[in-house]
Design a binder for this molecule. Structure first.
Ligand code: FUB
Ligand code: ZN
Length: 673
């Protein structure tokens, strides 16, 4: 069994179980994971040293007079996330000096964390190093249980990867302290302002078999939504802002009908609730989770899979409030959405969840780290204008300007995203496949080997650049039928599939192509997904991009970057030409090797700068421009509009995940037509 997250208990109530063995060996994700392993994770300890995170642990371990370094109470969580990432990386195998160095780094940081733990099990340097601080009194902003959650997850990963118990012991001691303090009738009957402990406690339960941890996760899920944070009672203040929905304390998860508030908080909470439902079989909770995911997916998710539209409070917006230029879409929120979606896929077996996981992985998540693995995006907008202002709000301690910039940055003052990307990439093989009593399901397509559901397969593919996916069945029951299920993405209207070269008779249902038969070892299934470029239209209620289309190909969302366009053609001035047939071309030398898409655009000569950016709409009656066949309501005469006839120009789109890897410039996903 290879080490990964979500090791369900034997009695878990899920439709599917994660693969027991999962390895990615080649292709797109292998390349991104290699950069993660060889650059991002390797540089992690230096970054944490420079930012003062390690100094805090050293101070807590023996020199408290050094005080606390950093701007945020959750500085420790960056170390814990790195430890989790590095542990998954170690579990991925490998040998030689790089592996040994990483193993030593992991032990060094694990020892540092362990040394920082207080006698009674408490561990958060922000509170340990400030003499005026009192534990558990700043629940709204203190992040104590958030940091604890990341420590628990790091410890579980460390245990699964190395087999050692040291860090797990540290985590269990802290969890025991939390269990002694929190609960009805105990010292503190309230939740933490930032969820994250819920998933971690369920994972700790899975790892140790200790039922108290599962019960404590259940307490935190159900206690939230009852105002323990909102009225200020928890930390002695009555500050009305940000309001209970910010930390999902306005309604219990099981009663909620819409996702709300801070996006990462909301989705970590839902991922934890999904873990809880998986282990307890709580059907009411499960129904609520389906409802909440649907609300998010249908009304609050960007085309890139990004979520959390508003910069203000890093929160979800209203339904269909998805502005491309003002998008916050934090990298951590994309990760949280993937974690929630994957748990829902396991819980229900529904392919829709993995559809959205794929979209988010390839777009709103992959954009979060530069191709070189050294620079990061915290905010993932879908449009950046020519003279972009990064909203550097110096009054907001959480906003350093560069943290929220539309350009890549080596590290952040609030560095939650980089180590989060590292841990997801390091554990990514475990998001690819699952199994059940019938067989094995492939949710995502990456070259590699996967074992689940009593069988094992090998996948070979050039996806997402190529649509051909070859799956060799290496192991399946000899004397019984077995089902290999392949997810057919929602955009793949005309796929083809063969077994042993013969077209299959089965058709996909509910997003799954289920191939049930007696398999011979070595038999090969070939799935061919159509990768013609598509023009995607938004729901008209997404006002911000009405009248635009986006270019997509397979799971990839495309964008225009200024530097790929003909000289002098400004992204603000173009519209896609009606009837354009976008065409793909693979460019191995560009951006690490990408397929670009060219399309015909029109330079809108009418959109010239002036003193007033509005035009008379006339009577409001739409008029048809004979030149282009488009409706014109700008009040200009037909002759004037003919004089402003748009000039044709070719434009070149690159995959969205690869944007901002060259010089700064304008970018847009949605293009007017
Ligand atoms: O509060 C901890 C992390 O900082 C959140 O998850 C992110 O949204 C960022 O605000
Ligand atoms: Zn983040």
């Amino acid at each position: 069994m290879s080490a990964g997250p979500i090791r369900l208990s034997q009695g878990a109530h899920t439709a599917l179980r994660p693969a027991t063995t999962a390895r990615i060996t080649g292709g797109f994700w292998a390349a991104r994971r290699r950069v993660n392993a060889e650059v991002s994770v390797v540089q992690g300890p230096n970054r944490l040293e420079e930012a003062g995170n390690l100094a805090n642990l050293r101070a807590a371990a023996g020199a408290p007079e050094a005080g606390f370094t950093g701007d945020f109470p959750f500085q420790d969580s960056d170390v814990h996330k790195w430890l989790e990432a590095a542990s998954w990386q170690l579990a991925d195998g490998g040998e030689g000096p790089g592996h040994d160095t990483l193993a030593r780094q992991v032990e060094r940081l694990a020892a540092l964390v362990s040394a920082a733990q207080a006698e009674d099990g408490y561990l958060q340097t922000y509170h340990q190093l400030r003499p005026d601080s009192q534990r558990w009194t700043e629940l709204r902003w203190g992040h104590e249980l958030y940091c604890a959650g990341h420590l628990l997850q790091a410890a579980v990963a460390h245990r699964r990867a190395t087999g050692e118990r040291g860090l797990l012991h540290v985590a269990a001691r802290f969890a025991d302290l939390i269990d002694a303090v929190f609960g009805p009738g105990k010292d503190v009957d309230a939740v933490c302002g930032h969820p994250g402990i819920e998933t971690a406690l369920v994972e700790l339960y899975r790892e140790t078999g200790e039922r108290r941890y599962l019960d404590l996760a259940g307490y935190f899920v159900d206690r939230r939504g009852q105002g323990s944070l909102g009225d200020g009672a928890a930390d002695g203040t009555a500050d009305p802002r940000p309001g209970a929905p910010y930390w999902q304390d306005h309604v219990r998860v099981r009663d909620a009908t819409a996702v709300a508030g801070h996006a990462v908080r909301q989705l970590y909470l839902l991922a934890g609730a999904a873990d809880l439902a998986a282990e307890t079989g709580d059907t009411g909770l499960r129904e609520a989770l389906v409802r909440l995911w649907e609300d998010m997916a249908a009304t609050k998710t960007y085309l890139t899979g990004g979520v959390g539209a508003r910069h203000d409070l890093e929160s979800f917006g209203d339904a269909y409030e998805l502005p491309p230029d003002q998008a916050y879409a934090e990298t951590c929120a994309a990760i949280a959405s993937i974690q929630f979606g994957w748990r829902m896929a396991l819980l229900t077996g529904d392919a829709r969840y993995s559809d959205l996981v794929e979209r988010t992985l390839f777009n709103g998540f992959a954009s979060g780290v530069a191709l070189d693995g050294e620079r990061w995006l915290s905010v993932n907008p879908l449009q950046v204008r020519e003279r972009h202002d990064d909203h550097d709000d110096h009054d907001d301690p959480k906003d350093t300007g560069n943290d929220r910039a539309a350009r890549r940055t080596p590290w952040f003052r609030c560095a939650c995203c980089p180590p989060n990307v590292m841990r997801l990439l390091a554990s990514l093989p475990h998001y690819m496949a699952s199994g059940d009593a019938e067989g094995l399901q492939l949710h995502q397509y990456a070259s590699g080997s996967y074992a689940a559901g009593g069988g094992a397969v090998r996948v070979g593919t050039g996806y997402p650049w190529e649509g051909r996916i070859a799956v060799v069945v290496d192991e399946a029951p000899k004397e019984a039928d077995w089902t290999l299920s392949l997810r057919i993405p929602h955009w793949a209207e005309r796929y083809e599939a063969t077994v042993g070269g013969e077209p299959v008779a089965e058709r996909a249902q509910d997003g799954w192509l289920r191939l049930r038969r007696r398999w011979r070892p070595g038999e090969t299934v070939v799935l061919s997904l159509p990768l013609c470029p598509r023009l995607t239209r938004p729901d008209p209620r997404v006002d911000a991009v009405r009248g635009c289309v986006a270019i997509e190909r397979g799971p990839l969302v495309y964008c225009l970057e200024q530097q790929d366009q003909p000289a002098g053609l400004r992204l603000d001035d173009i519209a896609l030409a009606p009837g354009t047939a976008p065409s793909p071309e693979h460019r191995p030398e560009l951006l690490g090797g990408v397929t670009v898409i060219t399309a015909r655009a029109l330079r809108r000569t009418g959109s010239r700068d002036g003193w007033w950016p509005y035009r008379d709409g006339g009577s409001g009656e739409p008029r048809t421009d004979p030149g282009e066949g488009t409706a014109g309501t700008d009040g200009t005469s037909t002759a004037a509009r003919r004089a402003e006839a748009p000039e044709p120009a070719p434009v070149t789109a690159i995959p969205y995940y690869a944007w901002a890897n060259r010089e700064d410039g304008a970018m847009r996903v949605w293009i007017p037509v």
